[in-house]
Ligand binder design. Structure first.
Ligand SMILES: *[C@@H]1O[C@H](CO)[C@@H](O)[C@H](O)[C@H]1NC(C)=O
Ligand SMILES: *[C@@H]1O[C@H](CO)[C@@H](O)[C@H](O)[C@H]1NC(C)=O
Length: 993
């Protein structure tokens, strides 16, 4: 009805316009869409026809609109059905917009439509069953929407459809057989839908015009039907990432047009079918990650393959010699099979090989010298085989190489001189071979080298000075070789170096002194060499070092006191010639093994300093014990005497009149208020804020509580950083305390009860043995807070605040979130405390009305507070963000170190100028860096200057949980298409100690 009236309405509204009827329809469409980028700004009513408008194409002669192409125009809103009013429209593309809601059924009135592209939009609901009513439709692309449910039965009735693409939707019925009826189809793309598990319908073999069949990740099970062999026009067959079983049918060798076959990531068994030489057009075969076995057939290698991926199967036997004749082969990935024998010795002579990965097989013999003959080789991955002989000299000239992994083979002889200095190589792994000779000076040319792994070989000679030029070097693992001489002076120039492991060599001379540039050094292992001289005190300044092993050398002199400041996971100075007194912090049992075998080293540890004769010390020890016992006795007697004296003194002086107290309790109490009053002595004070003192009171039942004593009208003014003024003067005290007392949440400190007298109020809380987060984090004990603990504290506190904001009715704004108000129980579980200035937000949202005093503490106050003087949940979230930043950086919210800035600004500028490593607390173990960074980002989000950009507390909890669960992300596999050796971190391969 409305549609019918529209032309009428528009002619009333725009009586002077000479725009054609089609133009008027398009005007309406323009107004029905949200167009933030003004993509349709030239759709104006001054023109006579719409033919010159953006995205509109007309018939030259008749000026009727033929096509509407508004792809990537950032338009939003439902599909404009009015388009179907254009009587001669054949083409619609709204690709990559935000077209939302469901696709209307009256789309079927677009009778003339041939091409409909609505891919990459936000369409939802069912696929309209009426689409096949479009008699001329040849192209239908609905990729990348949220269509759900089944493919309607009617889809079997398309008359002229050539392309049907429903990739990346939420279709969840089984793949229907009637698709086999659309005999005109050339392309059927259904990949990445959560279809109900089912087989490939054999009927698809009827689609003899089909050129592309793309069924990746469609939950397909069962066997590949033989009928697919009838698709003799097929160029692309993609059945990857399903759960297909059984053999690859021999009929697939009838696909004589096929260029590309993707079968990876299924459970296919058996061998590659014979007769593949019939597939003369085949360029790419990927059958990786199946359970295929048998030999790689020789006739496969007679094809002009470009890419052959058969990794992670059980192929066995040798590689056919003919593969070396493949003129176009650039990618050969056969890792993790059971292939053996020698490689064809002219491999690479005729092929522009670029990526070759033969790792984890049983290949033997020498590496073909021709591998890089075409100068294209970038990745040469051959670890875990039995290759022997020398690395061919020709590879020393292979300038294109970027990644070389030849570890865990039986290679021997000297490494070609040029091989050390290839300019684009960033990973050179030769570990665990029998290579010998020196590290060549040409290494100076390895401008991109960042990981050098040459451990467990027979390399000898001294490490060349030129190593100091490899300025991108991050890891140098050369342990278990015969390297000798002194460490080159300029190895200390390597600013990126994170790991230096040269243990079990024959290095001599002294340790380098000027190590200031080793700002990233995390692991230093020089154990079992012949190093001598003193341990330079500079070692203590390597701020991110957490692995230090210098054992088994000839180091002498004292243990530098500076080492005490380091946070080391591994620390070993044993079996050296160190002497003198042990620095006091090391005099602990856990450090004993770090110092054993240094005969001259003395400290109060068993096994150290054996030379201090036992007999001599025996006498002293007796004398010392006597003196100690005597002193102890005197002390105990004194204390007892003092206690009795003091108690009588106090009783006489107690002035509080118990009868004047009124009690308000929120929990079943195991104590009386009088018991508490009795214990409020100055010697029980554990803290003191602007509003009162806090006492720890141990009750007769053994339980401890914390009592906060507030004095009416005696509130101090803002004490620089502690602006804690609040309801002490407020008459709503009781009402609010009542609300707070009813809160029960594991992450909120429990308020047991509240006692009031004329001039004094007492709040009795549960006692938190580990004090406040602020105290702990910013004290010398911050070492107790490792990252997992800090993360849990953040999550706990977020949980508590989320409860206040979202689960309390009415919602409660804390108003003074800060690390000092997050208390820690015995297990470092965190609880939010001190609603000193908390206000209940009433439903009308006017919660801030009574706030005439400043809320919050310096450094935690959200920026908008300066001009709005209003506090709401978003200000709490800002303050909580500051707490997160404190946890990540270990720094105070305001610190003279930051100059004018506060912590938030400091983090932002430091991140920009120096990078994340300068922001994260150096005391945190670097292995958590990824998670720390995620949490840092959450902190930054919470401290967004604009309140609207801050996530809600509930969202913060969610974000934190997500950051915590991704501790071991599965890197290295993008849709299972890439070799694990490609991304794999060297340490995963056992080549790192
Ligand atoms: C569709 O997009 C329009 C324009 O942005 C928006 O106003 C509307 O709420 C959206 N509808 C749905 C169902 O998301
Ligand atoms: C446009 O469509 C109308 C109605 O179907 C038809 O009469 C007319 O001939 C068509 N015009 C052109 C140029 O195709």
């Amino acid at each position: 009805m409305l549609l019918f009236l529209l032309p009428l309405i528009s002619s009333l509204v725009l009586p002077t316009s000479s725009l054609t009827q089609e133009g008027l329809y398009l005007q309406h469409i323009k107004h029905s869409l949200d167009d933030p980028d003004s993509a349709l700004s030239d759709w104006n009513d001054q023109d006579d026809t719409p033919c010159s408008w953006t995205g509109v194409t007309c018939d030259n002669a008749s000026h009727v609109v033929r096509s509407i192409d508004l792809s990537s125009a950032n338009l939003a809103g439902p599909f404009p059905s009015l388009l179907c009013r254009l009587p001669n429209l054949t083409f619609i593309s709204l690709y990559n917009n935000s077209i939302n809601s469901t696709l209307p059924a009256d789309l079927s009135t677009c009778h003339t439509l041939q091409h409909l592209d609505l891919s990459q939009n936000l369409l939802t609901g069912a696929l309209p069953a009426t689409l096949p009513d479009l008699p001329n439709l040849t192209y239908l692309d609905l990729t990348g929407n949220n269509f759900s449910g089944e493919i309607p039965d009617s889809f079997g009735r398309f008359q002229k459809l050539e392309v049907l693409s429903l990739v990346y939707n939420l279709l969840d019925s089984a793949l229907p057989p009637f698709l086999g009826n659309i005999s005109t189809l050339k392309m059927l793309n259904l990949s990445y839908n959560p279809f109900f598990p089912g087989p490939i319908p054999p009927e698809l073999g009827n689609l003899t015009n089909l050129q592309v069949l793309w069924l990746t990740a469609c939950n397909l099970v069962g066997e590949i039907p033989h009928s697919l062999g009838r698709l003799n026009k097929l160029t692309d067959l993609d059945l990857a990432i399903n759960d297909l079983h059984g053999p690859i049918p021999a009929s697939l060798t009838d696909l004589t047009s096929v260029v590309q076959i993707e079968l990876y990531n299924n459970s296919l068994t058996g061998g590659l079918p014979p007769g593949m030489s019939k597939l003369t057009k085949l360029r790419l075969l990927d059958a990786s990650m199946n359970r295929l076995s048998g030999p790689i057939p020789d006739d496969l290698c007679q094809l002009e393959l470009e890419s052959l991926n058969l990794y992670q199967n059980s192929f066995e036997g040798t590689l056919p010699v003919s593969i070396a004749d493949s003129p176009n082969l650039y990618e050969l990935r056969l890792f993790q099979n059971k292939l053996s024998g020698e490689l064809p010795q002219n491999l690479g002579k005729n092929s522009p090989l670029k990526w070759i990965d033969l790792s984890d097989n049983q290949f033997s013999g020498s590496i073909p010298a021709t591998l890089c003959e075409k100068g294209a080789m970038e990745e040469m991955l051959m670890i875990n085989n039995a290759f022997s002989g020398e690395i061919p000299a020709s590879l020393g000239e292979c300038q294109s190489l970027t990644r070389v992994r030849l570890g865990h083979n039986r290679l021997s002889g000297e490494v070609p001189v040029g091989f050390w200095g290839l300019p684009h190589v960033y990973l050179l792994e030769l570990a665990d071979n029998q290579l010998s000779g020196p590290i060549a000076k040409t290494i100076a040319g390895a401008a991109n080298l960042s990981v050098l792994l040459i451990a467990k070989n027979k390399f000898s000679g001294s490490i060349p000075e030129e190593i100091g030029w490899v300025e991108n070097l991050m890891e140098f693992l050369g342990n278990d070789n015969k390297l000798s001489g002194a460490l080159p002076e300029n190895i200390v120039n390597l600013r990126q170096l994170g790991m230096l492991d040269l243990h079990n060599n024959e290095l001599s001379g002294e340790l380098p002194r000027e190590t200031q540039s080793w700002v990233k050094l995390n692991q230093l292992n020089l154990a079992n060499n012949q190093l001598s001289g003193k341990i330079p005190s500079g070692v203590g300044n390597l701020s991110v070092l957490n692995y230090l092993d210098l054992s088994g050398n000839r180091l002498s002199g004292q243990v530098p006191v500076g080492l005490q400041n380091m946070k080391l996971n591994v620390f070993n100075l044993s079996n050296n010639h160190l002497s003198g007194e042990l620095p006091p912090l090391f005099a602990k049992e856990i450090y004993r093994n770090s110092f054993l075998g240094n005969p001259g080293l003395c400290g109060d540890l068993d096994g150290l300093c054996e030379s201090r004769a036992e007999a001599k010390s025996q006498g002293y020890i007796w004398l010392l014990r006597c003196i100690f016992i005597l002193a102890g006795l005197v002390f105990v007697v004194g204390v007892v005497w003092f206690y009795f004296k003091y108690k009588t003194f106090k009783k006489a002086n107690r002035a509080i009149d118990k009868s004047k107290w009124t009690l308000m309790s929120f929990h079943k109490l195991g104590f009386s208020e009088y018991e508490i009053l009795d214990c409020l002595d100055e010697d029980n004070v554990i803290g003191s804020g602007a509003s009162g003192k806090v006492y720890k009171v141990v009750l007769s039942n053994g339980e401890a509580v914390a009592v906060k004593k507030l004095w009416r009208g005696k509130v101090k003014e803002c004490e620089s950083d502690d602006v804690e003024k609040g309801w002490v003067q407020d008459d709503g005290f009781e009402a609010e305390v009542d609300t707070l007392g009813k809160i029960r949440h594991k992450n909120i400190v429990k308020l047991w009860c509240c006692c009031t007298a004329r001039d004094c109020k007492l709040l009795v809380y549960e006692y938190m043995p580990n004090g406040s987060l602020g105290d702990l984090l910013h004290s010398s004990k911050s070492g107790l807070l490792d990252w997992p603990t800090r993360f849990k504290i953040a999550l706990d506190a977020a949980d508590g605040l989320s409860y206040l904001h979202h689960d309390c009715v009415p919602a409660i704004v804390h108003r003074d979130v800060k690390s000092n108000n997050i208390l820690l129980d015995g297990d470092f579980g965190a609880r939010v405390a001190d609603f000193g200035v908390a206000k209940v937000v009433d439903a009308s949202g006017k919660g801030a009305k009574s706030m005439s005093v400043i809320a919050g503490s310096c450094g935690y106050i959200a920026p908008e507070y300066a001009y709005t003087l209003r506090v709401n949940e978003k200000s709490d979230i800002y303050s909580f963000g500051v707490v997160i930043l404190e946890l990540v950086t270990g720094k105070l919210p305001v610190d003279p170190e930051f100059g004018e800035k506060d912590l938030v600004k400091w983090v932002c500028t430091t991140l920009d100028q120096k990078g994340v490593d300068h922001v994260i607390d150096p005391k945190l173990d670097s292995c958590y860096k990824e998670e720390v960074c995620k949490v840092l980002n959450i902190g930054l989000l919470c401290t967004s200057p604009l309140p609207i950009n801050r996530p809600s507390m509930r969202r913060v909890v969610k974000l934190l949980q997500e950051a915590g669960t991704e501790k071991h992300p599965q890197i290295g596999k993008k849709e299972g298409k890439l070799s694990p050796y490609y991304y794999e971190d060297a340490s995963e391969h056992g080549s790192v100690a």
